[in-house]
Design a protein around this ligand. Structure first.
Ligand SMILES: C[S@@+](CC[C@H](N)C(=O)[O-])C[C@H]1O[C@@H](n2cnc3c(N)ncnc32)[C@H](O)[C@@H]1O
Length: 263
């Protein structure tokens, strides 16, 4: 059934646009303390490889190359990880780059950010990363503030994806890179049925056992199915102003990495 303009999806449910964010916030509030453990359990650790691919594409600067004028110097690199939750992507970007790399994690959910701050302190990374509360649809940053913006497994939770893309574009510097890692559409015959079986039969049960919240993980698997297919998402990114937009499917299309530039 067609949606009215003020309606959207919350998993398979049709809800009012104005209500979606509150429902999403309840999900992540409920699972925050077990969020990282659940990622490992649900993906069999694969989320680490997907995030590593994302960070390779970010390619944060390390030291200047030997023999160059900037040899040994550390180039400042301002990175924004949107919907960055407990800081998983932020820590990987920092570890891959030199000391000039600073990451801002922006997330709407205070509970996810609190877990992230604790993890940063345990790793001694507090001065390299800041955790800030904000809505991806209306970012609290000035135009052209960041060299790179990433969002991993976050954008499908945002009610107005077009606004989040426009905001990511606005806060990027000219020449800046936007990368979006998100669940996608499995297109390998046989794997699709197996993936459906696993998603709908197994994941909500693991979620119920580990977090006590089956509905949160039912939402997760449904929201994945409602997310735009890669080619449609490419056109949404272009609409937001990104150029040289491309996507790379991984693990038979379970996830896709979209890339675009502000030129
Ligand atoms: C599945 S988690 C991903 C966390 C992290 N990026 C990762 O890959 O581990 C989704 C995150 O999106 C955040 N989120 C949902 N809606 C948001 C919004 N409108 N603005 C910013 N963050 C949002 C949630 O609070 C949650 O932390």
């Amino acid at each position: 059934m067609a949606k009215a303009n003020d309606e959207t999806h919350f998993g398979y449910e049709t809800v009012r646009l104005a209500d979606k964010q509150g429902l999403v916030d309840d999900v992540f509030h409920s699972v925050a303390r077990r969020y990282d453990l659940m990622n490992d359990l649900m993906s069999g650790g694969l989320h680490r490889a997907w995030k590593d691919a994302l960070v390779s594409a970010v390619h944060p600067p390390t030291k200047g190359r030997p023999g160059r004028l900037d040899e040994g110097s550390e180039r400042a690199f301002a990175h924004l990880d949107l919907a960055g939750g407990t800081g998983d992507v932020a820590f990987r970007v920092i570890e891959a780059g030199g000391s000039g790399v600073h990451v801002t994690v922006c997330d709407i959910n205070a509970e996810m950010l609190a877990v992230g701050r604790e993890r940063a302190a345990e790793r001694g990374l507090d001065d390299r990363v800041s955790f800030e509360q904000g809505n991806a649809e209306a970012l609290p940053y000035g135009d052209r503030s960041f060299d790179c913006v990433t969002i991993a497994f976050g954008i499908r939770n945002v009610p107005r994806i077009d606004r989040a893309l426009a905001e990511a574009h606005r806060v990027l510097k000219i020449g800046g890179h936007f990368l979006c890692l998100e669940f996608s559409s499995v297109d390998v015959p046989g794997l699709d049925r197996l993936y459906d079986l696993y998603s709908f039969q197994v994941i909500p049960r693991i979620g119920a056992t580990v977090t006590g919240d089956r509905e949160a993980y039912q939402y997760l698997v449904e929201s994945i199915r409602k997310f735009p297919k890669p080619k449609l998402f490419v056109s949404m990114m272009e609409q937001a102003g990104f150029r040289r937009v491309s996507f790379t499917p991984m693990t038979g299309g379970v996830v896709a990495l979209h890339s675009g530039w502000k030129l």
